[in-house]
Every structure is written in C-alpha cells, then in structure tokens.
Design a binder for this molecule. Structure first.
Ligand code: UD1
Ligand code: MG
Length: 508
C-alpha cells in the first residue's frame, strides 16, 4: 500500500511577469520575509523531494543567485524561450531523466499556498494512484484563470484556459490553481504529444489532463479548502492584496499563540519572525527578517525591527533597529536608531534621538538623549550625558572608545577615539576627550570662560538684544546697584573645576 514514492518538485519561474512592470523578475518580489519563489519552495519543503528543479528564464541570473541563497540544493533549468507551461515541465524532466514516482509542479507565482495543502494534494494523488491530480478551488472571480471542466458524472474532462473557453465554460468558477501532482512515467508519455493549437500558440501543461483522459488514465481534482491559497500574482495591485492576506494570516497565528497585537491592520510581521507569549506589539509596527520579540516585551507604536532581537520585558518605542540586540528589560526610544551590532545589555537605556552602531551598552548603563555612540564599549551603570558624541571616524579609519563601569560623562562631550574613560571616572560637560581618563579621575578640557561687558551695546546696537540688555541694566541700577562704565574682561578659570565638581556635567 504505502511503498515510498520518490518525488521530484518542479517550480515554474521562467516567465517575465510583464504586468509587474519591474526590472526585478516577478518571482523575486518580496512578500513578508520571502520572495514569491521562496514562499513556493517553502510550501513544497515537507514533500522531502529527491530533487527540486526550478525552471528559470527571464532574469535567470538573478533567480539563480537567489536560489543559491534560499535553496542551494535545487537545480535551475534554463528555458531560453517561454514556450508554455507544458514546455517548461518537459525540459525540466529532460534534465532529470532518472526521475520516477511523483512529479509535483508548482507555479512560481502562487505564494500563499500552505505546505499542508501541497502535502494533502500529493497524499491524495499517491493514495489514489492517479496519473495526474490538479489542485482546484472555487473562487468568487475566475477571470483570467484556467477552468476545471467536468463531465455529467462530475469527472474531470479537461482544463480550459480563459482565452480558449466557450461562453458556457466561462461561467465555471472552479479554477486550476497551477499546482499539480503527476505520475512521472505517464507525464513523460503525454508531454511529448502537447500541441500548440491554442490562442497563445504555447504548449499548455493543462492539456496533459485531456490527453490522459483520452488514454483512459485516472485523473483527479483536489479541492483547496481556502481559495486564497491559490491566488496568483500578476501585478503590484495583486501583490499588495496578497500581502494583506498573508499579514492577516500571520497575525492571527501569533494572536492565537498568545501575542497581543494592538492594531493588527497596521502590524506587518514577516513569516520568518518569532514572538514569545505575552509579547505586545503596538500599532504601525514592522517586524522583519530574523527578528525575535521576547515575553512581556513591548514593541511599538511606530517601530521597525529588522533582524533584531528584543529580549523579555524590554521596551522599544517609535524606533528603527537593524541587526541589533536589546537586552532583558532594556528601554529604547522614542526616536532611537540602532544600527548593526548594537548590543544593549540588561536594563540599559538608549533614549531619544540616540544613534548606536557596533557598540555595547552595559547593564543598567544610560544614553538618554541626543547622542551618537559608534564603535564603543560602555560599561555597566555608566551614564552618558546628553549630546555626547563618540567620535569614531578620522576620515580614513574607525576607532573604538571604551567607557568604564559607572563612569559619568558630562553633556556635550566629544570622546575622540581611540580613547578610554576609566571605571568610575568623570568627564566635565563640554569636553573634547582625546586622551585616556584614568579610573576615578575628572577629565576636563574646557577653556576658561570670559565675559566681555557691554559687548552687545557696542557691536549690536539697536537690536532687541541690546534693548533687553539696556532695560536689565537700568532696572538693576534703579535697584541701587552701581552702574558700570567702560569695558572689562573677566576670566573665570576657577569656575570650570567647581562647576564640574558641583555636578552640572550631565543630565539624567
Ligand atoms: C496558468 C494555467 C492556468 C491556471 C493559472 C493559475 C496553463 C496553460 N495555465 O495560467 O490554467 O489557472 O496558471 O495561476 O498552465 N512559466 C514558465 N515557462 C513558460 C510559461 C510559464 O516557466 O514557458 C511559468 C511562469 O513564470 C509562471 C507559471 O509558469 O510562474 C504560470 O505561467 P503563467 O503564464 O502565469 O500562466 P497563467 O496564464 O497564469
Ligand atoms: Mg499566472
């Protein structure tokens, strides 16, 4: 009964997809984490086929490059001219003369197909020992698709294309999904007999059914329960519709798995993303590639994560992250940009208008406002004041900055790499630090402040500033202060050390 069936998968992907109006071959257009072709290959994966052949033609080099990435075990078969779906399958089988058992053919532009549907089709086909089985669906609008023509007893007689159909056949709403299982031997026999006697002058794979019926071979129809699985993609309007359908399918799966999606209609999760129970995703959020969101983490609103891991209990708000890792309980945003290899340790904070690249932010460390952190290691519990810039690039090379544990860097500081601020060291606000600050020391590079009295009255007379200054001076003098005449320059060198020591060097 259940002797093993060797299987061969043939994916048809040589067409141009004219109506996409794109320099990218149609099957390479992306759809929530995979290309159209990638989705189809994924749907065929559970078949554990001996070989997977992909018929390529238009944009063959691009498609081959993609296959090398996503399905390196597959074989590309080149179809120089697109002479029809029957011709495509014929040359694929000619390239695999050893293939026996079941041949599963899938159109490369039917990306919503579920693996379990392909499995069920093949199981039915092999169980019935049919010569050919077609996946069909009842659809609300069959326009443009091949129709399943049955006889009075309900048996499949032929598949007729829209453009070759009679008015009566056009009323049929049962369509050919473009997914089939064939017995290899019997398929080979009839593929050689296909004519091009049709409206497009092509070899239609669908004509195989009529030929098999005429030869008295058993053919079957397998009906898809969910007709949206069989939708093809011919232009960008259809691609957008497919994207919405897949979004809803993915979102429903995650909600049923215990993830809160506060606004599923604006939440776009790639099929390759993983979320833990009790993760919360707020509106306008895109989770892409290999991103992962842990339990109790809150992501969104207005967040894009690409290949980014957000650990349990972390928060990411109105931010963009690529190739980053956000540690347990860490907080990101609003308006942060995490670039590749940003690693935020447990309970650290990257706040508003902060950009991080190739940097480690230690446990409990804070970079709360308006900073650039590039090529750096920040120790645990360090505090980086507002507007601190890690100056990592000298115009030719990138250099690294190390900030030690519990160090305290004042606002508006430049840390000019390579440089190290030791553990527990302080840096005075407004400093440009180019040499190491030892542990526990205060680093300060600020010039002494000087005030030039009366400068505005002399250099900017008549301005609103001059008028305001005059009023202030008058009211001060009317309060009994002695008005000063002439010009004086006051150096306040002593103020630098005292200000820093008084702790005006950072924000929280
Ligand atoms: C095909 C079916 C139609 C079915 C529909 C489902 C035929 C004759 N018709 O029509 O019954 O309802 O799919 O979507 O098969 N391709 C090649 N080489 C070729 C021609 C096509 O690789 O020479 C590939 C295309 O890239 C595409 C697939 O085969 O991925 C289907 O071809 P397409 O031209 O889209 O066929 P449809 O007209 O959609
Ligand atoms: Mg098509």
């Amino acid at each position: 009964m259940s002797e093993p069936h060797p299987r061969t998968v043939v994916v048809l992907a040589a067409g141009e997809g004219k109506r996409m109006k794109s320099s990218l071959p149609k099957v390479l257009h992306p759809l929530l984490g995979r290309t159209l072709l990638g989705h189809v290959l994924n749907a065929a994966e559970p078949l554990v086929a001996q070989r997977t052949m992909v018929v390529v033609g238009h944009g063959a080099d691009q498609v081959r490059t993609h296959l090398a990435e996503v399905a390196p075990e597959s074989t590309a078969v080149f179809q120089a001219e697109q002479l029809g779906t029957g011709h495509a399958v014929r040359i694929a089988l000619e390239a695999a003369p050893e293939a026996t058992g079941t041949v599963v053919v899938l159109n490369g532009d039917v990306p919503l197909l579920r693996p379990e549907t392909v499995r069920a089709l093949v199981a039915a086909h092999e169980g019935e020992q049919a010569a050919a089985t077609v996946l069909a669906a009842q659809v609300p609008d069959p326009t443009g698709l091949g129709r399943i023509v049955r006889d009075d007893a309900g048996r499949l007689r032929q598949i007729v294309e829209q453009r070759d159909a009679s008015p009566e056949q056009l009323t049929i709403r049962e369509i050919n999904a473009g997914i089939y299982a064939f017995d290899a031997t019997r398929l080979r026999e009839v593929l050689g007999k296909l004519s091009t006697d049709n409206d497009q002058g092509e070899e239609y794979l669908t004509d195989v059914f009529e030929l098999l019926v005429a030869a008295g071979e058993p053919v079957a129809v397998h009906l898809a329960a969910d007709h949206t699985e069989t939708l093809g993609c011919n232009d960008r309007v259809e691609l957008a519709a497919l994207r919405r359908l897949l979004r809803d399918r993915v979102n429903e799966r995650w909600m049923r798995a215990g993830v809160s999606l506060l606004d599923p209609a604006t939440t776009w999760i790639d099929v390759t993303v993983a979320l833990d129970r009790d993760a919360v995703v707020d509106q306008n959020t895109q989770l892409q590639g290999g991103s992962v969101v842990g339990s109790g983490a809150v992501v969104g609103p207005d967040v894009t994560l690409i290949d980014t891991v957000v650990h349990a209990g972390a928060t990411v708000l109105r931010s963009h992250a690529v190739g980053a890792e956000v540690g347990p309980g860490a907080s990101v945003g609003p308006y942060a940009y995490l670039r590749p290899d940003s690693r935020l340790a447990e309970k650290s904070k990257v706040g508003t208008f902060v950009e991080v690249k190739n940097a480690e932010v230690g446990a409990g460390a804070k970079v709360p406002h308006l900073s650039y952190v590039g090529d750096a290691t920040i120790g645990a519990r360090a505090n980086i004041g507002a507007a601190t810039i890690f100056v990592n690039y000298d115009g030719v090379n990138k250099h690294r900055t190390v900030v030690g544990e519990a160090a305290f860097v004042g606002c508006d500081t430049s840390l000019i790499a390579p440089v190290e601020v030791g553990a527990g060291a302080y840096v005075a606000a407004g400093s440009a630090i180019a040499t190491d600050v030892p542990p526990g020391a205060l680093g300060v590079t600020r010039a002494p402040q000087r005030n030039i009295d009366g400068w505005v009255a002399r250099k900017r007379p008549g301005t609103v500033s001059a008028q305001a200054a005059e009023r202030a001076v008058q009211s001060a003098s009317s309060e009994g202060s002695a008005a000063r005449e002439g010009e004086a320059i006051h150096g306040t060198a002593e103020s630098v050390g005292t200000a820093a020591e008084a702790g005006d060097t950072a924000t929280e």
